[in-house]
Ligand binder design. Structure first.
Ligand code: IPE
Ligand code: IPE
Ligand code: MG
Length: 252
């Protein structure tokens, strides 16, 4: 038997700033498979296998919340066999990693409409969320059947159901009814796979996120690619609509 040498993991680089919350649009599984003459479902399998090491690397850097977009509300429109394979892989991910993630102190959360997922997957997700709810080392949000607009619509429906008067409908009132209630907004939003769009991800929450687009296809997104994204984040200057302190221009 030939034993493959373990892929070398580069040492952690020093960073200028570490994002507290990183959100990722995990795109490019289909193209990864096409390039290899494989079925799209094989690309999704490779994509699912990429998740654990990615979580590990971000955790080592000190990131405390990782949100992964795994299935969008629009992805139901894909051919049925592909949808089935993605749903199955979601369940398999929980089955094979729940125990170990729990041991590692990871809290799993679900973002999106759970009710539309098949019953067997709802049960797995609910069990994973319940079992890990007391963990605090890192939060892993699985955005599965998630849509940013649906998230906002749901928040507005809650406001109406609670009878909140119009003058109390504030940004804060909406934020605290979104799927991400109580979490910091994403500091860094990464999209793999070369497209530069949101595809209905965290449309409310990512208003002031730093965006990072990479050509790397999701199954290839490993430690070196993660480090490159974090190094670039550390070089960004976040202003939130204000003026920076270090400029020497004076307009008054
Ligand atoms: C991302 O990969 C996974 C999901 C959207 C579920 P894609 O399946 O979109 O891969 P590409 O974009 O076709 O390469
Ligand atoms: C976004 O990717 C959704 C996920 C990665 C889960 P898509 O592949 O569905 O996005 P579009 O169709 O290219 O905008
Ligand atoms: Mg895609």
């Amino acid at each position: 038997m030939v034993v493959e040498p373990a892929a070398s993991v580069p040492p952690l680089p020093a960073l200028h700033a570490v994002p507290e919350h990183v959100a990722i649009i995990m795109d490019g599984n289909g193209r990864w498979a096409n390039e290899r003459g494989l079925r799209r479902s094989e690309g999704h399998r490779a994509g699912a296998e990429a998740i654990r090491p990615v979580l590990e690397r971000f955790g080592q850097h000190g990131v405390s919340v990782l949100t992964l977009f795994g299935f969008s509300t629009e992805n139901w429109g894909r051919p049925r066999p592909e949808v089935q394979s993605i749903l199955r892989l979601g369940g398999d991910f929980i089955d094979s990693h729940l125990g170990e993630l729990h041991e590692a102190g990871v809290q799993l959360r679900h973002l999106g409409e759970l009710e539309r997922l098949p019953g067997w997957l709802q049960k797995r997700v609910a069990r994973a969320v319940k079992q890990t709810q007391g963990n605090s080392r890192m939060i892993l949000n699985l955005a599965f059947n998630y849509g940013g607009r649906a998230d906002i619509v749901s928040a507005v429906q809650q406001l109406i159901a609670e009878g909140v008067p119009a003058e109390e409908v504030t940004e804060e009132a909406i934020s605290c009814r979104l799927a991400t209630a109580g979490l910091p907004e994403p500091d860094l939003l990464i999209r793999t796979g070369g497209e530069a769009r949101m595809s209905n991800f965290l449309v409310w929450q990512a208003t002031y996120s730093e965006y990072y687009f990479t050509e790397t296809l999701w199954p290839d997104f490993g430690p070196a690619a993660i480090d490159a994204a974090l190094i670039e984040f550390g070089q960004r200057q976040r202003r939130f609509g204000l003026v920076s302190n270090d400029g020497d221009e004076d307009d008054d």
